[in-house]
Design a protein around this ligand. Structure first.
Ligand code: CUA
Length: 340
């Protein structure tokens, strides 16, 4: 494994992917269901293994060889019991599963002013996440970012303001699956179809996840990062993301190199002629902590290595090496580093 990958995903209190530590109502429903299913199947396991062990010990071969134990052919009460009991158990499992599905997939409400609700369209792509910010609190947002989702935290307590998040899940190529275990269950992103997912939490912090549907070479490197920000931090983040890219006169030469290369065919930097939509929007690249869909640390050295040869850091990814010379490389890195 590349040492940079290790750095970006290093262990810490945020490295928690347990479905048994939910931080949002849908994840809680899923934990309840999982515990119930484990309990029921655990009891079945104990009963079956218990009877098996009892039979093995009680009826083990002893005494004279050649004599058979009494042969029993069928018993109506036993057969009725072992048909009815499993059928009943299956019905119970179907009912609780249906109830949980109902709880975790409500229809998204219509956006209205004062609803404190965030609506984001997520587009799964090989191999990164596009986030189109649609609306928050009734306001139209209309900017696009990549790989690091920011959402507002709810106020703690029963009476606090709730700030739910509704995601519309779409795909631009193959099937992907959005899974941040502590916030919600796995939901697939399917070409030609729109799925929805919701969550809400009053615990700010970074929540990690992972694409959970095999989608090609970099499937395992399609990580999810959800930053749950305090409401004021979230508003600040929103205001910055809505702005066009920073114009830093000191980085003009780098900007010219960037715009003269084929970077512009795939990437967008709002406020410049770069209008590509095929690759991540770079307007506020430096507001992100990672590169390469959460797998690499976003620092100067890594950015340089990335531009030099993306295939080395992320084999199979769709960005080619452009063979920039040393001077061009330095200038482009310098320019990208200004995009706060
Ligand atoms: Cu995207 Cu697996």
């Amino acid at each position: 494994m590349n040492p940079l990958v290790l750095l970006a995903t290093s262990t810490g209190p945020t490295q928690n992917l347990s479905i048994f530590d939910p931080a949002s109502p849908p994840a809680e429903s899923i934990r309840h269901l999982s515990v119930l299913v484990f309990a029921i199947t655990g009891v079945i396991f104990l009963v079956v293994e218990g009877i098996l062990l009892y039979a093995v010990v009680r009826f083990r071969r002893r005494g004279a060889a050649g004599t058979e134990p009494p042969q029993v052919y069928g018993s109506k009460p036993i057969e009725i019991a072992w048909t009815a009991a499993p059928a009943l158990i299956v019905v119970v499992l179907i009912l609780v599963t249906a109830r949980t599905l109902w709880e975790v997939t409500p229809d998204p409400p219509a956006p209205r002013s004062g609803d404190n609700t965030l609506f984001v369209t997520v587009v799964g792509r090989q191999w990164w996440w596009e986030y189109r910010y649609d609306r928050y609190n009734g306001r139209e947002l209309g900017f696009i970012t990549a790989n690091e989702l920011h959402v507002p935290a709810s106020d703690p307590g029963e009476k606090g303001v709730k700030r739910p998040v509704y995601l519309r899940l779409e795909s631009a190529d193959v099937c992907h699956s959005f899974w941040v275990p502590r916030l919600a269950g796995k939901v697939d992103l399917i070409p030609g179809r729109t799925n929805t997912l919701w969550f809400q939490t009053d615990k700010p912090g970074l929540y990690l996840g992972q694409c959970a549907e095999y989608c090609g070479t970099q499937h395992a490197g399609m990580l999810l990062r959800v930053n749950v920000d305090a409401p004021a931090d979230f508003e600040r983040w929103l205001e910055n993301q809505k702005r066009k890219a920073v114009e830093d006169p000191a980085a003009r030469a780098g900007k010219e190199v960037f715009l003269s290369q084929s970077c512009v065919n795939c990437h967008r930097i709002r406020g410049t002629p770069a209008k590509g939509t095929y690759a991540p929007d770079l307007t506020h690249l430096m507001s992100r902590q990672t590169l390469g869909s959460g797998t690499l640390k976003n620092d100067e050295a890594t950015l340089r290595q990335w531009l030099l040869d993306p295939q080395k850091l992320r084999p199979g990814c769709l960005m080619p090496a452009f063979r920039l010379d040393d001077r061009e490389l330095r200038l482009v890195v310098q320019y990208l580093r200004t995009l706060e």
